[in-house]
Design a protein around this ligand. Structure first.
Ligand code: NAD
Length: 493
């Protein structure tokens, strides 16, 4: 493993280019701070530039020549070995994940182990069929299609799943023979470095994966605008996704966008209310509500709305907010103070707009060293309010009472997003109607909105996605292109 110089007790990382951690030409760095304790510096990262991106793309282009011709089993074995290393290092990586992102240590270690499983899944995919054979109009022609890698792929990721999201992009791209230039979010870039270290230690050749950290505009746009980067996989907010879509479209690059959500959970009067309350709370509050698939709207049959709100309140008030490295903590801080302050402002605006405040929204004095906020619950939220429409990306849940299933579906579908959605009911016909009528890419019956499994397509409808999907077999579509082959004998028979 590479030993990194320490400054103020924290490791100093260069960009990872052509198999080496190298400083930027200017030598400039930026600090990654622990959101639970803003006095703690977790790492110093390189403040990358467009020149660094250029070097990374050059390395990736060169490495593509051999990596794209590397045998499938060799690619698989590197991914299997890197997965084993992630498992061996899960406690250390999970701890760093918690220190840079703020989710609880249980969630941090769990995410690292999930990343290892994603690597294993794509190691297995390298040996799956990569084409189809067809009958031809001409009986002596062998007609088939074969999937080939794209080339250099650019990747830009958010901070909220700092190891799972990098791995669910990098693992399939590598499995199918691509090389990579990667920019992680500046708030939580350390886990991406743990990922590349595991890949390097597993034998990944130099230049196959390159990471440039630093300013979103300078580094991100340099990746997206470079014609040598043939495809871009982006996960993040709808606004930045729109900007990337425009840049990629202008030069005809393949692009995949996984964006925000405003995910509903419909709770009907025939649901198991205790189960629904537990699931809706978990969907809203796990990972401090900072999941694209988090539940932020509980759309509840008016007849049970008051009882259901009380059940939620009882559960939410028991959540232990505090140091995420403490095993007893159930909710850590938000990613930074600006996010916590933004959530406080949204709570105030919701109160002003007439939604009924139930609890939460405090910045606890005892936790003043970090970006902590207590989880919030509102009821009698109207669907056309900001709380009914906008992604807040924090531990906030709004209950929207409705008269019947028609109104529940209409409200659920009334937002610009369509990532994930749930219904809680004991009626099979109602559940099937929900699956048919909901505009969402991922649909749950009697479970929370945030459950995802890596063997399945992941992505949304409407503004949540770009009609492409990640993970599972869907990744083959994005990270490969199809060649159709007509094979005839040298001399016609
Ligand atoms: P963000 O859009 O602010 O940033 C995402 C990434 O884009 C970061 O690496 C950032 O540095 C980079 N970026 C910002 N401006 C850029 C520019 N001009 N050019 C190129 N790159 C640029 O999002 P965030 O705050 O990091 O993450 C939260 C958002 O991500 C939420 O909206 C959430 O819903 C979404 N998200 C979606 C999914 C999904 O799979 N659908 C998963 C996780 C998070």
């Amino acid at each position: 493993m590479t030993q990194h110089e320490l400054r103020d007790g924290a490791p100093v990382y260069g960009n990872y280019i052509n198999g080496q951690f190298v400083p930027t030409a200017s030598g400039e760095t930026f600090e990654v701070r622990n959101p639970a304790d803003r006095d703690e510096i977790v790492a110093h990262m390189a403040k990358g530039t467009a020149d660094d991106v250029n070097s990374a793309i050059e390395a990736a282009e060169e490495a593509f020549k051999s990596w794209s011709r590397t045998g499938a089993l060799q690619r698989a074995n590197i991914l299997y070995k890197a997965a084993d290393l992630l498992v061996q290092r899960a406690n250390e990586i999970g701890r760093d994940l918690t220190r840079e992102e703020g989710k609880t240590i249980k969630e941090g270690i769990g995410e690292t182990l999930r990343a290892a499983n994603i690597m294993r899944y794509y190691a297995g995919e390298t040996l799956q069929s990569n084409g189809d054979v067809y009958p031809s109009a001409n009986p002596t022609t062998m007609l088939y299609s074969i999937r080939e890698p794209l080339g250099v792929v650019g990747m830009i990721t958010p901070w909220n799943f700092p190891i799972a999201i990098p791995v669910w992009k990098v693992a399939p791209a590598l499995a199918f023979g691509n090389t990579i230039v990667f920019k992680p979010a500046s708030a939580a870039p350390l886990c991406t470095m743990h990922m590349v270290q595991a890949l390097e230690d597993a034998g990944l050749p130099a230049g196959v994966v390159n990471v440039v950290t630093g300013p979103a505009g300078a580094v991100g746009d340099a990746i997206v605008n470079d014609p040598r980067v043939v495809a871009i996989s982006f996960t993040g907010s709808a606004d930045v996704g729109g900007h990337i879509r425009a840049l990629a479209a202008a030069r005809g690059a393949k692009v995949q966008l996984e964006l925000g959500g405003k995910n509903p959970a419909i709770v009907l009067a025939d649901a198991d209310m205790q189960h629904a309350a537990q699931q809706v709370m978990a969907g809203a509050m796990n990972a401090t509500g900072q999941k694209c698939t988090a539940t932020s709207r509980a759309i509840v049959d008016r007849r049970i709305a008051s009882d259901f709100t009380a059940m939620l309140q009882e559960r939410i008030s028991k959540l232990v907010v505090g140091d995420p490295l403490d095993e007893a903590t159930q909710m850590g801080p938000l990613i930074d103070d600006a996010s916590a302050d933004r959530v406080v402002r949204e709570i105030e605006a919701a109160r002003q707009s007439g939604a009924e405040f139930v609890m939460g929204g405090e910045r606890p004095e005892a936790l003043a060293g970090g970006a902590f906020i207590t989880p919030s619950l509102f009821t009698n939220v109207t669907s056309d309010s900001r709380m009914g429409q906008e992604e807040f990306f924090g531990p906030l849940l709004g209950v929207i009472p409705v008269d019947d299933m028609d109104e529940a579906i209409a409200v659920a579908n009334s937002v610009k997003y369509g990532l994930s959605a749930s219904i809680f009911t004991s009626d099979l016909g109602t559940a099937m109607r929900f699956v048919r009528e909901i505009h969402a890419g991922m649909v749950h019956v009697n479970s929370e909105t945030a459950g995802a499994e890596y063997q399945l397509p992941f992505g949304g409808y409407k503004a949540s996605s770009s009609y492409s999907r990640e993970q599972g077999k869907a990744a083959v579509e994005f990270y490969t292109q199809t060649k159709t082959v007509f094979m005839d004998p040298p001399t016609p028979a």
